[in-house]
Design a protein around this ligand. Structure first.
Ligand code: SF4
Length: 915
């Protein structure tokens, strides 16, 4: 038994327990809160336990924080099972055993300090001293146990390695890949004993075409390759891609939409380069700069820029920074749950979100994680990136010298959405206030190093008079943008300045015109047409104000370029790099303001057929959080084709659902071409399709439940509960509306928990989506509810996911943007056909979560009394589709192999009731 004096507390949906030296007992909510307020209690995930107790301020000795200190950059599923694994002790069998287990786990974790094999010892003593001063709850226990090192520990910033600059890489050689060598490479990657799948071989051959020499400028070799789950498309394209990189001496950029696939690709690259040291130079993962830790921001936080809990987080992040592989704070080796524990307090301020990087002017430039990743990718064979980063790099023109020429877009069905987000314009309160801060800097005596344009470019201002004037003018003009407290002023009808006045007019008209409320008060919108006089009158002064801002920004950009050209004495290498960085970020801001201006000219003017414009009030649970005007391309693949495709020499776009989810037919290529931008190229794309090799007829079935009434929340919740109970967990519940997800969760979580079946939910549990999937994957008795992000890209092979339940036909939301695209649809079936294709693609993606391996089995349940037969082609050929009652579906769910049959989790009867 533990010698620690502290009790441990655990709360699940089925009860609350406290364990101390005298044993374990169930307690009530009130008593639990009282104890936690009086005494430090040991717990696992304070945010989650606090939510279950209905006591958001719960704090204590959180074992997740202790783990983050002791084992920075190590993976842990934040559940009792996950904790047991890292602590090397047995996991508790039932909820009531968790509280005493937490005390044992504490002993085991603290025991690490006494061992000789604690790899993360360096820096722990110093960090514990700092955390003690910050009154971190674990610090006294650590300070008592950690011996003072005989030699002073190195400070993080002296420990981190520096990157070095190499000669620019020569342009790739022109090569044609040999078909046999491509097959040999594939065989080497899959392993000589691996089953030689004909589909995969054909796929690799088709992918090879994307790596041939380009014949016409602006016309890349483009291949559209649809490959059903299980074809093995990753190795299928890595074979020609790696061969090309080797023979041509160039880099192939493999772009994904989800972080999960990005991570998976990083792991798969071990087949290409089994030696970890070689792999590190040959394969580099790149993300947007806002994902990485900014060392300058961290230094500022450690030196007093952060207070309270945020300062504790900064110390834990500094511990991690000394051990991380790449400094990626979002989806890298920083546990996703860590920042949630601090309620996102401060974590975003540790990255470079606002583009305030001073590049070579930064004392940590040579150690910067972002710069390191950018440099490493210049020499890599494979760069694993994501669609957003590829588009940002291409559009904003940074890294021109290392511009990629060969791309593989995996999860290619998301190119349209990624381009839609990238090439859009939003003139909203939040966006303008962000720009104001970037130009002016902090205005209310804010702590920290954040500084405005004048401070960042003070050397330019004192050297170049015109540049200095442009900076001053920009700062004066930026005062017309929205400022702190704008939302409140809008609510009170007292906007300040021309931009806030414009936003007030937008808000007024949106409230007046929006016809249907979004999902539970999640947003209001209306098209930008027939503006009223208030809006027209507000637009002119706002446009003047923006014009007064864009001019000095453009002038400043020109002056910066001139200064670079003049190359004055004071401009050493670092200053040059900093000014080059400023040129790029000033140009990006000037472009943004110019786009806002052109959106404003639309008010009262003619609409452009290329764009869809609308006004929106974004809300969360009925409260406004942003207001503004939006502009999207009607077809965002147009700018995508211009900036990315036409500059490339070879592009492979691949996915399991490129053609709108109708895998069994030969049609749909026009959809694939329209959704990927291929139809904007001079030279058409070549096409390849391969059906999944899985035996869907025997591995899966689709049940359409016809007797759950639409709109009846109690009936919907009952259906989820009965199905989840019958299958013994392993259920992924997918929703199109957050409101219904929450409603179902609230009604069924206790019911499942009482039977030992944990239920987790996106938008409910204070846990990030990646961690929710980790938890779900780790526990075959768990079920998970979620929305769009879980419908795509979740890879949970094996028995943890054996049933997908869709709350209804996933029709697209009737937004202004959707209506415009629907009306413009020219493909088969017009607007109706357009909607059908969206639904089929969504259902095909959802179904795709179910069977990930040849030995997976599962059931896909659609709760819909009115599922049109024409949409059923979304499912793979051969899979059985039956319309059934809920009772029948529950009976079949009970027949699925459940954890109970392998000694895990709960047991259920055929009707979903627990005996
Ligand atoms: S170079 Fe920029 S991003 Fe990197 S640490 Fe310095 S300020 Fe931060």
């Amino acid at each position: 038994m533990t010698a620690l004096p502290y009790p441990a507390l655990h709360a699940s949906h089925s009860g609350i327990w406290i364990a101390d030296a005298n044993g374990t007992r169930p307690i009530g909510r009130g008593e639990a809160i009282r104890i936690a307020a009086d005494t430090p209690v040991i717990l696992l995930n304070a945010a989650l336990i606090g939510q279950r107790l209905g006591y958001a301020d719960l704090s204590g000795l959180d074992l997740l924080e202790l783990f983050a200190f002791l084992c920075p950059a190590r993976f842990m599923v934040p559940t009792p099972r996950g904790l047991a694994r890292v602590a090397g002790i047995d996991a508790p069998e039932e909820d009531s055993a968790i509280a005493p287990f937490l005390r044992d786990a504490t002993d085991a974790l603290l025991g690490m300090i006494e061992g000789d094999d604690w790899p993360e010892r360096e820096g722990a003593w110093t960090a514990a001293q700092s955390l003690f001063r910050l009154r971190w709850t674990w610090a006294p226990l650590l300070v008592d146990r950690l011996p003072k090192p005989s030699v002073a520990e190195r400070w993080l910033y002296t420990k981190l390695p520096e990157w070095s600059e190499g000669a620019p890489r020569p342009a790739p050689r022109t090569v044609s890949l040999d078909a046999d060598r491509t097959q040999e490479r594939l065989a080497a990657l899959t392993g000589s004993t691996a089953e030689q799948r004909p589909g995969q071989r054909a796929y690799a051959q088709a992918a090879r075409e994307a790596f041939g020499p380009r014949m016409t400028q602006g016309a890349p070799n483009m291949v559209l390759a649809e490959a059903g789950t299980g074809i093995g498309k990753t190795l299928g394209y890595l074979a020609p891609a790696s061969l090309w990189a080797e023979q041509a001496g160039g880099a192939v950029w493999v772009s994904t939409f989800t972080k999960a696939l990005q991570r998976q690709l990083g792991q798969e690259s071990a087949r290409l380069f089994p030696d970890a040291t070689v792999r590190k130079t040959k394969v580099v993962t790149r993300k947007g700069r806002e994902n990485y830790l900014c060392l300058l921001n961290l230094e500022d936080a450690l030196q007093g820029g952060f207070a309270g809990r945020a300062a504790i987080l900064a110390q834990l992040v500094a511990r991690w920074a000394a051990f991380t592989a790449d400094g990626d704070m979002v989806g890298g080796d920083l546990p996703g749950w860590l920042t949630t524990l601090f309620r996102r307090n401060g974590s975003t301020a540790l990255t470079d979100r606002r583009g305030e990087c001073v590049y070579a002017g930064c004392p940590h430039y040579r150690k910067c994680f972002i710069e390191r990743a950018a440099r490493a990718s210049a020499d890599a064979d494979l760069v694993i990136a994501n669609h957003a980063l590829v588009m940002v790099n291409a559009a904003r023109g940074r890294e021109q010298t290392t511009r990629p020429t060969r791309y593989v877009f995996d999860e290619g069905h998301h190119i349209f959405d990624a381009a839609d987000a990238m090439f859009s314009t939003a003139l909203t309160g939040a966006e303008t206030i962000e720009l104001r801060r970037w130009v002016i800097g902090p205005e209310s005596g804010g702590r920290g190093r954040r500084r405005g344009l004048a401070a960042r470019l003070s050397d330019v201002a004192s050297y170049d008079e015109a540049g200095g004037r442009a900076i001053t003018d920009a700062v004066v003009a930026a005062h017309a943008l929205a400022s702190d407290g704008w939302l409140q002023r809008l609510g009170e009808g007292a906007p300040f300045g021309p931009v806030e006045a414009l936003l007030a007019a937008v808000r007024g008209l949106t409230y007046a015109r929006a016809e249907t409320e979004g999902d539970a008060g999640y947003g209001l919108e209306t098209e930008l047409a027939e503006p009223d006089s208030t809006l027209i009158e507000a637009a002119a002064p706002a446009a003047e104000a923006l014009d007064a801002l864009v001019r000095p920004l453009v002038a400043l950009g020109r002056r910066l370029e001139a200064v670079l050209e003049e190359g004055p004495d004071w401009m050493d290498g670092p200053a040059r790099a900093r000014i080059e960085g400023a040129v790029a970020s000033v140009a990006w801001r000037a472009d943004t303001v110019a786009a806002w201006l052109s959106l404003l000219t639309r008010i009262g003017g003619p609409a452009s057929p290329d764009f869809v414009d609308w006004m929106a009030v974004d809300r969360v649970e009925g409260r406004d959080y942003d207001v503004g005007l939006h502009r999207h391309w009607l077809d965002p693949t147009r700018p995508f084709a211009e900036t990315v495709l036409k500059q490339a020499h070879g592009v492979l776009v691949t996915s399991a659902t490129l053609r709108g989810g109708d895998a069994g037919s030969d049609e749909g290529w026009d959809v694939a071409e329209a959704r990927t931008g291929a139809n904007h190229l001079l030279r058409g794309a070549s096409r390849f399709a391969a059906l999944s090799p899985f035996d869907y007829a025997n591995q899966a079935e689709v049940l359409i439940v016809t007797d759950v009434k639409r709109g009846d929340m109690a009936a919907l919740a009952n259906a989820y509960a009965r199905l989840g109970l019958a299958s013994g967990g392993g259920m992924l519940g997918l929703f199109t509306a957050i409101r219904r997800l929450r409603g179902v969760h609230a009604r069924i979580a206790d019911r499942l928990a009482r039977e030992g079946l944990p239920l987790y939910a996106q938008h409910v549990d204070p846990i990030d989506t990646g961690t929710l999937v980790d938890i779900f994957r780790d526990d075959p008795a768990a079920s998970l509810l979620g929305t769009d992000a879980l419908r795509d890209g979740v890879d949970v092979p094996g028995r943890s996911l054996r049933m997908v339940v869709l709350e209804g036909v996933p029709w697209p939301k009737p937004t202004v943007l959707h209506a415009a695209r629907r009306m413009a649809a020219t493909g088969e079936g017009g607007g109706k056909g357009y909607d059908d294709r969206i639904v089929r693609a969504r259902m095909a993606q959802a179904f795709g979560r179910l069977i990930r391996r040849a030995d997976d089995h599962g059931m896909f349940v659609l709760l819909s009394s009115a599922m049109p037969s024409r949409l059923l082609s979304a499912f793979p050929p051969g899979v059985s589709i039956t319309r059934v009652t809920l009772d029948e579906a529950v009976a079949r769910a009970a027949a699925l192999p459940s954890p109970a049959q392998t000694g895990q989790g709960a047991r259920a009867t055929a009707n979903g009731e627990i005996p």
